[in-house]
Design a protein around this ligand. Structure first.
Ligand code: FAD
Ligand code: NAP
Length: 462
């Protein structure tokens, strides 16, 4: 059995991995030595909000891409830990779309309960990971940021859980150099009140574009123009938000679009996605991929094909998040513990190719949801993760897609049933569009049951 395992990152994926090992140990398994390296001074990954942008106090790239007023964009029931439900954590049912602070509390609540903090070396950045063929071990070089102490340790397994929504993809357009306002990436957005009274141009047509457009308008932006590259999101936007084709160039403050129209804007926000960026991993071990549901060279979406003692967690584009990370972490754990054996390389390669070929044929988000649910269930069926109603989560995600089409400002005013307890969530006491306070205390302050509050169950008109 492996004697030392390195886990890189203490976000939801890394914490899931530590927790999975703790659960095995509780049931009597002989668990190897675990060392988790986390470059931030606290756990939670992206959910660990910071006011900083650019570089941190040590000169490291700021990891978190989250901002104030960020609420869950999917139903929390689709990410509920089966072994630590929302009711377990909060002591009662809570609404389906919590703000960031409540989800941070939930993720770290389970980690605190299983006491995984003792395995984490905080403010410690991994600088290089390589594999020593002769010794058959990984060499991991880390730097302790507060005293700049650098050292190299040897591990039998390495589990990469350093996330992939942190390093921006920043395309350039003609005229950017002369633009007399601010051009920023969504990674650096911290507070939408910065945009009050301003005319925004948002580039992109995915979740960041949707959310930053909506909340900028909610907190008082004068107007928001969303420019899409491939296809518009096509929602019925509230007054003051509109979608236009791709930006061609900017001339002074005037943005020119592919349909020949123009808009004068004050701020440009690039909601153009992120890079899978692993500068600390040697070339032969480094995942290179765009943001897809089944990245290349990862068997089961987890194991590095050329050396399966290296695992990557959470590298997919994500409908499912925390439960998918749990499924991957449990599976990776059981491989480390010698409970799961991987097939020969050729078979793994064929399996990856089959999943990727299926992904290429997916027609719409509903098929993508089933694809990712199938992937998750394939992992779950081989591990001892507690059962939960995956079909309910598939249905919830599909209903959520429809709710968004019905009302983009009202979809967060819906409630879903827990796939673990069956309990129906209550509704938040304010409609999301009117709720300006995203603090956990306000969120938890007045949770009424859906049946007491059914008048608000219908989405509000735009
Ligand atoms: C703006 C935004 C909003 C989102 N909202 C939602 C949402 O509402 N619901 C949802 O389910 N998901 C949401 N997500 C998806 C998010 O990816 C997951 O929820 C989750 O945070 C991924 O967890 P992770 O542990 O894989 O990665 P991360 O959360 O990114 O954590 C990675 C950790 O690795 C550490 N690390 C990185 N490099 C190193 C290094 N070299 N050495 C040591 N440590 C390192 C980082 O500091 C970080 O703590 C959102 C993502 C973004 C960008
Ligand atoms: N809780 C929340 O409310 C919330 C808020 C924000 C983000 N998130 C999460 O954050 C993650 C990342 O989402 P994301 O929207 O940042 O990234 P993303 O889903 O990868 O989308 C990237 C977008 O950028 C566009 N794009 C890329 N290059 C471009 C270019 N050169 N010019 C114009 N457009 C370009 C893409 O357009 P094409 O379609 O043409 O490729 C796509 O629309 C997701 O998991 C999401 O759920 C959650």
């Amino acid at each position: 059995m492996a004697s030392r395992v390195a886990i890189i990152g203490a976000g939801p994926s890394g914490l899931a991995q530590l927790h999975a090992f703790c659960e095995a140990r509780k049931k009597g398994a002989d668990v190897p030595e675990l060392v988790c390296f986390e470059k931030q001074s606290d756990w939670g990954g992206l959910w660990n909000y910071t006011w900083r942008t650019g570089t941190d106090e040590y000169g490291e790239l700021v990891h978190s891409s989250m901002y104030r007023y960020l609420w869950s964009n999917g139903p929390k029931e689709c990410l509920e830990f089966a072994d630590y439900t929302f009711e377990d954590h909060f002591g009662r049912p809570i609404p389906s779309f919590p703000p960031r602070e409540a989800l941070f509390d939930y993720i770290t609540g389970r980690a605190a309960k299983s006491d995984v903090r003792r395995f984490i070396q905080f403010s410690t950045a991994v600088r290089w990971v390589s594999f020593e063929e002769e010794r058959g071990t990984f060499r991991v070089t880390v730097e302790r940021l507060n005293d700049r102490d650098t050292r190299t340790e040897e591990f039998d397994h390495v589990i990469v859980a350093s996330g992939h929504f942190s390093v921006p993809n920043t395309p350039a357009y003609d005229g950017f150099r002369q633009f007399p306002g601010r051009i920023m990436h969504s990674h650096d957005v911290r507070d939408a009140q910065e945009f009050t009274g301003k005319r925004l141009l948002v580039l992109g047509s995915s979740y960041s574009a949707e959310d930053i457009a909506l909340q900028s308008r909610k907190y008082g932006a004068e107007s928001v123009t969303i420019s899409y590259r491939t296809a518009p999101m096509g929602f019925e936007w509230p007054d003051g938000i509109e979608e236009v084709p791709l930006l061609r160039e900017v001339d002074g403050r005037t943005a020119h679009f592919a349909d020949g129209t123009t808009r004068d804007v004050d701020v440009i926000v690039l909601c153009t996605g992120y890079q899978h960026y692993f500068p600390y991993i040697e070339d032969s071990l480094r995942l290179r991929t765009t943001n897809v549901l089944y990245p290349p060279n990862l068997y089961k979406g987890v194991f590095w094909l050329d050396n399966p003692r290296l695992a990557y967690l959470g590298m997919q584009d994500q409908y499912y998040t925390f439960t998918l990370f749990d499924a991957e972490a449990w599976y990776a754990r059981d491989h480390v513990l010698g409970r799961i054996f991987l097939p020969p390389r050729e078979e793994m390669e064929e399996d990856i190719a089959a999943w990727r070929a299926r992904e290429a044929e997916l027609a719409d988000p509903l098929e993508q949801i089933d694809f990712q649910a199938d992937h998750m269930e394939e992992l779950l069926k081989e591990v001892d993760y507690p059962a939960f109603d995956v079909q309910l989560t598939r249905d919830a995600f599909k209903a959520w897609e429809h709710h968004k089409e019905e009302s983009i400002i009202g979809y967060r005013d819906r409630a879903f049933a827990s796939p673990c307890t069956g309990t129906m969530a209550p509704l938040h006491h304010e409609a999301w569009w009117d709720e300006m306070d995203d603090s956990m205390s306000t969120f938890l302050g007045d949770g009424r049951r859906r049946d007491e509050f059914s008048a608000s169950a219908a989405p509000r008109p735009a």
